[in-house]
Design a protein around this ligand. Structure first.
Ligand SMILES: Cc1ncc(COP(=O)(O)O)c(C=O)c1O
Length: 429
């Protein structure tokens, strides 16, 4: 069959979904070929919005260059730069100073030769930020690495990992790596969790319950008060991933654990530096004996290079700023901004149970994802569009990440673009 004929006979790119290409076709590799055909079709139709290179920092107004070379000025609702520290001048200066002092890369595993004085400083700054005696911090080169390393070194074969149904992929992957038995409980449902714990607690095995401060697809808070109580009642351990909430939630930015006053009961607190800190990397905060153990047994730490020094310097400065009045002002602004955007969207589109600076707009049918992302970009807005497997089948969402740096006009424009899109793509209420 000629190339032209083959193209005519294959379904349009909007009829394909991503999971169609994730099963092996054995030796003939046809899934890889079909995936590339799908990608070529999207590019040819000029609907390709993935990996669009940014020409500017992650500020509320950005410029990007699409795959055919056309440049667009966009209002940015797709970045985790929640508090604007990725491009804060003091953070940039601190990173430059660290670059001058220590060079570009750590060029070694933290346990062997990759630990620098600046890493120790970050560990100490984070430990005193949380402020509990006898606790410490272990650093990882990503938040993903922190979760897989922590879960898989804490849980061994025969133990249990009990995950909220909406858990991030890194917690699920860590649970799979651990070779423990995995149980899932209905999202935020402490009674469901209790039923699981009641059953497995008879076996006298180690049990780790994993939850998040803010859920990155639903945008709601973890039901930490009830979940921590139930977990402790059954003698299990609890991990709280504060990836999307550290420096933002709680009176002083310690996360949702601070807001619900459960920090002292949490066994493992996970943070990422790729979001409110504006850098990259991850950490776990826990009792010192556990930290010492993780430093040796978390494989993603042992077999991966230490955080690069410049980013580490920038993160220390971001933490210093966030711990003071700058952080207080930004925390207030991001919450006001998120509340304002929610008030503009409420009753017009389905925003689920969002309660935070992550606002999902549920549009359902994943085949609309590509045309919708393209439509919004051409209207001048950049959002994060998520489809299966990142969310449930036919529960695709547009995610709007609100930051402390957005202004009223940008928030109003954002709501208008989303409401227009809901009419055009038929997902309004
Ligand atoms: C809840 C959660 N945990 C962990 C991670 C991984 O963090 P990182 O991107 O810093 O590796 C993410 C990333 O988005 C996340 O949403």
């Amino acid at each position: 069959m000629s190339d032209k004929k083959a193209k005519k006979s294959r379904p349009s790119y909007t009829e394909f979904t991503l999971d169609m290409f994730s099963r092996s076709s054995g030796k003939n590799h046809s899934e890889i070929k079909q995936f590339n055909q799908w990608r070529d079709d999207i590019i040819e139709a000029d609907k390709y919005t993935f990996e669009t290179p940014h020409l500017t920092p992650q500020t509320p107004e950005i410029s990007v260059r699409r795959i055919h070379g056309d440049e667009h000025d966009l209002v940015n609702f797709s970045s985790y730069n929640y508090l604007g520290y990725a491009n804060h001048p003091d953070v940039i200066q601190a990173a430059k100073d660290a670059l001058d002092a220590f060079g570009l890369g750590a060029t070694g595993s933290p346990l062997l030769n990759g630990t620098f004085d600046i890493h120790k400083k970050l560990e100490q700054s984070l430990t005193s930020f949380f402020g509990q005696q006898g606790y410490g911090v272990s650093l990882f080169s990503s938040g993903y690495g922190a979760n897989i390393g922590v879960v898989s070194s804490y849980i061994h074969k025969g133990d249990y990992v009990v995950l909220d149904h909406s858990s991030h992929a890194s917690l699920i992957d860590g649970a799979v790596m651990s070779q423990g038995t995995i149980k899932l409980f209905r999202h935020n449902d402490a009674e469901f969790l209790e039923r699981i714990l009641k059953r497995i607690s008879k076996e006298n095995r180690r049990v780790l319950v994993c939850v998040e401060g803010v859920y990155s697809t639903d945008g709601d808070y973890g039901n930490l008060k009830d979940i921590v109580t139930v977990t402790k009642n059954y003698g299990a351990s609890i991990l709280v991933d504060e990836a999307h909430s550290l420096l933002i939630a709680g009176a002083t930015g310690k996360g949702v654990v601070e807001e619900f006053d459960v920090l002292a009961d949490v066994d493992l607190l996970i943070g990422t530096f790729s979001k409110s800190f504006g850098g990259i990397g991850g950490c776990v905060y826990a009792k010192n004996d556990l930290i010492n153990y993780m430093n040796y047994y978390a494989r993603s730490r042992m077999f991966s290079c230490a955080l690069d020094p410049a980013v580490t310097g920038g993160i220390i400065k971001a933490l210093e700023l966030a711990s003071g009045t700058d952080g207080d002002e930004k925390r207030k602004r991001i919450i006001e901004n998120a509340d304002y955007l929610r008030s503009l969207l409420k009753d017009k589109v389905d925003i689920g149970t969002s309660h935070s600076w992550v606002i999902p707009i549920i549009f359902g049918d994943e085949r609309k994802s590509l045309p919708l992302g393209d439509y919004l970009m051409k209207k001048g807005y950049d959002f994060s569009i998520m489809m299966f497997p990142a969310v449930k089948k036919n529960k695709s969402i547009i995610r709007a990440f609100v930051t402390s740096e957005h202004n009223k006009k940008q928030l109003e424009g954002c709501a208008e673009a989303l409401i227009d899109a809901s009419k055009e793509f038929n997902f309004g209420i």
